[in-house]
Write a protein that binds this ligand. Sequence first.
Ligand SMILES: Cc1ncc(COP(=O)(O)O)c(C=O)c1O
Length: 445
Amino acid sequence: MDEARLPKIKVMPPGPESQKWHSRAAKHMKGYSGQVKQFPVVFASGSGNSISDVDGNTYIDFSAGIYCNSTGHCHPKVVEKTTEHVKTLMNCHDFTTPVKALFLEKLASVLPGDLSGIQLFGGGSEAVEAALRAVRVIKEGKYEMFSFWADWHGKTMNSMSLSSLGNTAFGPRATGCHLSPTPNCFRCPLKLKYPECGLACMEALEGTIEMEGTGQQAGLIMEPIQGYSGSVVYKDEIIPRISEICKRQDMIFVVDEILAGMGRTGKMFCVEHYDIVPDVIVLGKGVAGGFPISAFAVKEEYSWALEVASASTTYGGNPMACAAGLATLEVIEEENLLDNVNAVSKKMMEKLVEIKDSHKIVGDVRGKGFLLGIDLVKDKNTNEPFIEAGKKVYVEAFKRGLAWIPAGNILRLAPPLTMTEDLAIKGLEIIDEAIGIAEKDLGYK
Ligand SMILES: Cc1ncc(COP(=O)(O)O)c(C=O)c1O
């Protein structure tokens, strides 16, 4: 794909072929995410930093298949290595295969500290759920878990119970799941201002643990950057402080890097920005370039617990997935993709700041590496979320050739780690234009 010619919009999307295929699928499939409901385009193929629909339109990719395609769509090495195993052995339960051993060794070599006890799964929620089981084993049956408002850990019952549900249809949270106010300084849930607040949110966390806990405190799970809730980055002292609180409260510290990990923030794992090693890391999404595989890893001293927690699942660690994961990790290293993320994201952030300064409705631009967000507000003094503008900007940019991710008033930017500077800037120019259109249509110009 010649990037200089991107994006390529031949038919106003979602075009007739998209409409035809989506209505056929939607007859059966219900409950689409907001991004599909708002823009039901139907994709046909992906190549590097772009993705194409069934009407022949090609978009700049700021979504990476929801943070998965770290090495770009269909990277030749990932395709070749995965295909070898599609042709030879697709599944053999939890028996070892050479490629599984190689993938585990490679993964252990990139994980921080001595996080060397690993279990493999298929999807993110499954790995979170398994990590929660391991925490119970480590803490000999203690079961209370803590997390933060607006965190996202998945859709199984316990992972969901430690997440922002945004929906009351599922009834109560699972027993022993407690959430504390998020240390989000842009919209502080305690209505305080940093640094005068003295990090009152951390006192609130200790209060939640002490007041809601019943002596069964086992651990805390958090996203190092809240992805689903809008690329919320914490002040540098927050994560080390939470790590300390977990130690003091004798709790296992679990960091869910499913979204932020595997190079997306410019380091292999986001916690490396804060120089701490948690007790447990959960990972998924970008680890295999889009092939479904996830994992969690525990410190050596807790490895014994994995025997009891029991790893085997039907698909976890199958040969195809391990081959995709091994090839992805090798490509990240061979192509110096972390350097690319750091260099290109710096330019992106400069452009994002320009966009913020030139628009009335952009309250904040933020993120680390290729985990970026634009927060739309009705008023820059109050930062009241502007959800209508979020929908408008998402759709207008998509129509102009940018595939990306909405989250209410927040727009999320998550290019593959291979994204080039020129294409990234083109994507941001589309966003700039779409914000201008929204401002005009919504009476801000
Ligand atoms: C931080 C985080 N944890 C867990 C999950 C759940 O992963 P999955 O959708 O693969 O079950 C997600 C998914 O978006 C996530 O972003």
